[in-house]
Design a protein around this ligand. Structure first.
Ligand code: SF4
Length: 460
């Protein structure tokens, strides 16, 4: 007995034509930018990989979205963050006008007050299994699609390097009050090792040398991460990830032995009391000790910093920025404290001070959205500019790039071999380039779910 799937389109929010993800100009615009085209949504790609009968549209322009809508859909779903709520509201209206019978919402954006009432059904958390249950479809083994981005250094028009993007575990049980993950996905759950292996093998066979592992906190599932690290070593893939200071401290030797290039951590704040208030169990000294050790091992460390805790004043924030600028961290992403819906911080700030901002575009960590007791929105933006100017310097960036080169070279045994590998990246970017995202063919037993097919009339 086969089941007919409704005609389902899942989409991200729309972007302006030619949208790029800019890496190092997050803090301040620079003439040279490391970028890749915004064209892969992890969330939607994972759903498509596991329920192939669903069609996905990743980062369309408005015109592309309208064209796709005109094909007629039973269900249209949206994956987005708070800062894209207004765009998604416009898209939802267009979908209803185009005759969609049901609208779905997913990703953190659905908890935004401005998104209330937009959808007929929402899927909180990582949603593959919930969607499969809803549709009456079975997922035998959760699989990870082989997502590959291609880097460019703008304004040069050439492809520079292929980077594999993946997650090995999802969710986080920690309790940082500003973070949406603990309520969203309160347990770390592993991507099956068989699936990790399949994805890494694909990367290796398709010209990828560097993998970004985007776990919320790599290494929390210690045994699983150990096996993932063994696989990275087996395929001789260089990798970078996000983790916690205590996890990295514990596993640094093991990771360095397996092609680790570097990792990111939450620095969050230089003030121990603020870290305590945010339930971030972190000592600034432990971070600095780790950074020293990482550099001794020729790896890099980057971090995320949050300006504007409730006790901060304009003057104390300047002192804070001067303190963090002295940290020997290779790159620091600067943000303004932004309460996000469905977090303890949102509730605390809303109750104590009030969240005034109703323009959801401003929930992008670059604007002050709440009534700070000591700092005005304009002052906070000036402080952010000052922070970005302070932490971005040619010296810091050059050291970072030198460490990347050194890290390749140490792994391979000589600077010449490091250089030879780096020189091969652009060639591989042209040799293996794929125009369309690739998905693994269905596992046997799912052969009626055609890979890449839109699925509207498919029998399951
Ligand atoms: S900030 Fe990181 S460690 Fe803290 S709860 Fe979020 S994902 Fe977990």
């Amino acid at each position: 007995m086969t089941k007919k799937l409704p005609k389902i389109l899942l989409t991200t929010y729309y972007i302006e034509p030619g949208g790029w993800y800019e890496y190092f100009s997050h803090n301040k615009p620079s003439r040279f930018q490391m970028v890749y085209h915004v064209k892969h949504s992890h969330a939607l790609s994972c759903i498509k990989q596991n329920i192939p009968g669903i069609e996905i549209l990743q980062f369309p322009t408005w015109e592309e979205y309208e064209k796709k809508l005109s094909q007629g859909w039973d269900i249209v779903g949206f994956s987005f963050y708070s800062a894209q709520t207004q765009r998604v509201a416009r898209m939802a209206k267009a979908a209803r006008d185009a005759g969609a019978k049901e609208l779905w919402g997913g990703n953190y954006g659905i908890t935004t007050p401005g998104a209330l009432g937009l959808f007929d059904k929402v899927f909180p958390g990582y949603a593959e299994y919930d969607i499969a249950d809803y549709l009456g479809v079975k997922i035998d083994r959760l699989r990870h699609p082989p997502i590959i981005d291609t880097w460019y250094i703008r304004p040069l028009p050439f492809r520079v390097q292929r980077v594999g993007q993946m997650q090995s575990q999802r969710g986080c049980p920690m309790k940082c009050t500003f973070c949406q993950t603990p309520r969203w996905a309160p347990r770390s759950t592993p991507i099956p090792l068989e699936s990790v292996d399949e994805t890494l093998r694909y990367f290796k066979e398709h010209g990828v040398d560097w993998v970004g592992i985007h776990d919320e906190s790599f290494g929390l599932l210690e045994d699983h991460s150990r096996e993932v690290v063994k696989l990275l070593k087996k395929y001789r893939l260089f990798w970078t990830t996000q983790t916690r200071v205590e996890t990295a401290t514990k596993f640094l030797d093991e990771w360095c032995d397996a092609y680790l290039m570097g990792f990111g951590v939450g620095i969050e704040n230089v003030d121990p009391q603020t870290l305590k208030d945010w339930h971030k169990n972190l000592s600034p000294q432990a971070l600095l000790d780790l950074a020293d050790e990482v550099h001794r091992k020729n790896r890099y460390i980057f971090g995320y910093y949050i300006l504007g805790n409730a006790n901060a004043t304009y003057e104390s924030t300047i002192a804070e920025i001067e303190a963090v600028t002295k940290y020997d961290i290779d790159y620091i992403w600067m943000t303004i404290l932004t309460p996000f819906p469905d977090t303890p911080l949102w509730e605390e700030i809303d109750n104590k001070y009030g969240i005034f901002e109703k323009d959801w575009d401003k929930f992008d960590t670059k604007h002050l959205t709440w009534n700070h007791p000591h700092i005005k929105p304009g002052q906070m933006e000036k402080l952010l500019d000052f922070a970005c100017e302070s932490v971005v310097s040619t010296k810091r960036l050059s050291k970072f790039i030198w460490r990347i080169y050194k890290s390749y070279s140490k792994h391979l045994g000589s600077y010449a071999k490091g250089l030879a590998l780096i020189s091969s990246f652009p060639y591989k970017s042209y040799r293996h380039y794929e125009k369309e995202p690739y998905f693994f063919p269905p596992l046997s037993g799912q052969k009626d779910l055609k890979n890449g097919s839109p699925g509207p009339k498919e029998d399951l």
